[in-house]
Design a binder for this molecule. Sequence first.
Ligand SMILES: [Cu+2]
Length: 417
Amino acid sequence: MKRPKEKITFILAMIVMLLLVGSATAAIQGIAGPVFNLTATVGRVTIDDGTVITMWGFANANVVGSVATYPGPTLIVTQGQVVTVTLTNQLPRPVSIVFPGQQNVTSTGGVPGLLTQEAAPGATITYTFTAVNPGTFIYYSGSEPELQFEMGLFGALIVRPTMGPKFAYNDASTAFDREYLFLVSDIDPLIHKAIALSIKPVDHTSAWPVCWFINGRAGLDTIVPNNDPIMPNQPLAALALMQPGEKVLLRMIGGGRDAHPFHVHGNHHRVIGRDGRLLKTLLGQDLSEGAFTTTLASGQTHDALFTWDGAGVGWDIYGHAPGDALQPGEDPTYHGTPFPVVLPDIKDMLPGPLYPGSPFLGGAGQLPPGEGGFNPWGAFPFMWHSHNEKELTSNDIFPGGMLTWVLIVPPGTLAAE
Ligand SMILES: [Cu+2]
């Protein structure tokens, strides 16, 4: 098992990798609709301590050789489209999909289940609905949901507004520069083991999650680039990259059994939508709310805007002299305000490996031999994580679980989305 110090080194190595392949984390990776073909089948979730957990997931049947993913593929459509989702069930028990927040969902080819029409083992069912409202939604199996949700049969559905792909809703205040998905979930490995060993019935009354995930990955795998071959069933990274002043849309979804308090550092976020509804009255009153933690209940979605420009820091994050030009996205309040610390000589410092030799954004400087090199952009990293501290572990080992980062990178580093 990796010890924390080795893990920290691992994080840093991953950040360097991300700098080299920054585009591999960009935006939200999903399947463009409105016609989807999914297969429900078996996969494996891995954690970097070596734990391997049997899971059930949805695979994108339109791509030959695709495997079940945790979470299922992110389905992306545009408001007003007629969406069809065809599900082929390769699992040994009935499976279905429910689409909370969508109206008038019809289906063909299924058999009646408790919550919706289901696909019997080996059978196929097609669901059809019109995506009336823009927003962030979840989809999941409506068959034995206490088990199949736990096993991994869920995913995100994004409905883009008719106003355009860079808006969260049909409202100018919801414009964004970049967007990221944060779908949190939890696993009780004993339930998955019971399924793998065909132990029946599975006891849900003693469910006790000990593994936590963002976008299907446990920390620190969350910052490994998308589609890393070492985690074929967990293709989604959960690292946010942004430049100062950008509006970043966080599409946050509660998966799993428990509610999870998702906490951002660096600044507050402003929740502008919940369960696919803009937080604004018909008369235009703003109902959005600023928060540093948003609790993501199971099945609930939140859209939030996050911006970081150094406002309130109290000094010029670039180390400008008063006459220097403003950087793109810079908060002018502290332009030219000196850094309020006299830095010791580098010989008298013990710099962490993320210190690039300068306290300023994008800065670099002299370092002792063998130090640094893990932050060549001179980025400001902030941890984003569950505020339920036990969820920062995987199988009782810290750091792990629901843990990731935002990297504030200097202006001009990232391409526009
Ligand atoms: Cu914290």
